[in-house]
Design a protein around this ligand. Structure first.
Ligand code: F6P
Length: 357
């Protein structure tokens, strides 16, 4: 009888997830395994909700966004400072009842953290990870799939904002996803030619932002594009958190819009009496996560899925497949979780050559 492999996708979706699923199902099936998809992340494991995936289910899915098996931010282990109960017994019970040989966990830091705990707990140690996040902030891997697509979407948005901002002589603040790290903002800001880039890793002073705006107005370039990472400050007043304790972000662009417009009205000289100093904000939000993945993310996702099956074949438990240069290698789950890969200073310094800040 064929050995069974379970797979799940957890956390925020990312373009390329379906490519990973296809890679796993194709290599897994051709290697003689049965592949079962748990629905909606760890929730599917807790509820014993899984469906068998065959080759027909994954045909051409690598071109599609989202995940065909759904996702959620459901934990199985208790979290520090949260009241959620330990549900790992239920999870292990269902994994064993299904007689699974291995579980492949596709997700970011929170989801891989659960995978690492399950591996170390030893009640179900046959665990392999596949790194995922559009934020690109997972350690032990050069890039995560989804990031390339998200950067492409954000840089196209910045391209479009240039013409409208220029026509109206406005400041445009564009908010880009990125909770702990400013990878998407720095790359999209560079690609799109933003005039100011603000990321969580770098301290900023509003007076420096105002100086860029003033210099541009005074030199006749009457508009400014500001790319800002959602994580520069936690602006959410509700303090609403997900099950992993992450505060719901979003809205920093609106705060900046109001501050900048007020400062311009008070501090800049009008070019003619009727002129109005105006700022506008755009929150790209989930537009960056939806839709079809780029060729880069399709290929990276496919290769990671294929190699995850190789880890299962070699019984490399407690490891995650990872892009290192152009190769896919195995790294320990424990080295990837519990911290973030942030933008190093030199990347911001490179960007600063082209921005005022
Ligand atoms: O998956 C990462 C991410 O996209 C972050 O950039 C963002 O802060 C968060 O997810 C948004 O999560 P949700 O979809 O739950 O609003």
């Amino acid at each position: 009888m064929a050995k069974k492999i379970g797979i799940l996708t957890g956390g925020g979706d990312a373009p390329g997830l379906n490519a990973v699923i296809r890679g796993i199902v194709v290599n897994g099936t051709k290697s003689g395994y049965e592949v079962w998809g748990f629905m909606d992340g760890w929730a599917g494991v807790l509820n014993g909700n899984a469906k068998k995936l065959i080759l027909d289910d994954v045909e051409q899915i690598h071109c599609k966004g989202g995940t065909i098996i759904g996702t959620s931010r459901t934990p199985i282990f208790p979290k520090k400072g949260k009241s959620n109960v330990d549900r790992s017994d239920e999870a292990v019970k269902h994994l064993k009842e299904m007689d699974l040989h291995a579980l492949i966990v596709i997700g970011g830091d929170d989801t891989q953290g659960e995978a690492d705990r399950l591996f170390k707990d030893q009640r179900f140690p046959h665990v392999v990870g596949v790194p995922k996040t559009i934020d690109n902030d997972l350690r032990s891997t050069d890039y995560t799939f989804g990031f390339n697509t998200a950067v492409q979407i954000a840089s196209e948005a910045i391209d479009r904002l240039h013409t409208t901002a220029n026509s109206h002589h406005r400041v445009m603040v564009v908010e880009i996803m990125g909770r702990h790290a400013g990878w998407m903002t720095i790359e999209a800001g560079m690609a799109g030619g933003a005039h100011v880039i603000l990321i969580p890793e770098t301290k900023y002073d509003m007076n420096d932002v105002y100086k860029v705006i003033k210099d541009r107005y005074e030199s006749g370039k009457g508009y400014t594009i500001i790319a800002v990472a959602e994580g520069i400050e936690e602006t959410s007043e509700s303090k609403e958190t997900d099950a992993f304790g992450n505060v719901k972000l979003g809205g920093v662009c609106e705060t900046l819009e109001a501050r900048i417009q007020e400062w311009m009205i008070e501090n800049l000289e009008k070019p003619y009496p009727e002129f109005k100093f105006e700022a506008r904000s755009v929150r790209l939000g989930h537009l960056q996560r939806g839709g079809s993945p780029t060729a880069f993310d399709r290929i990276l996702g496919t290769r990671l899925g294929v190699q995850a099956i190789e880890l299962v074949k070699n019984e490399t438990w407690g490891h995650m497949v990872s892009l290192q240069g152009t190769e896919i290698k195995a790294v320990k789950l424990e080295d990837a979780v519990g911290g973030y890969k942030i933008v190093p200073d030199y990347r911001h310094e490179e960007a600063e050559l082209f921005t005022g800040l």
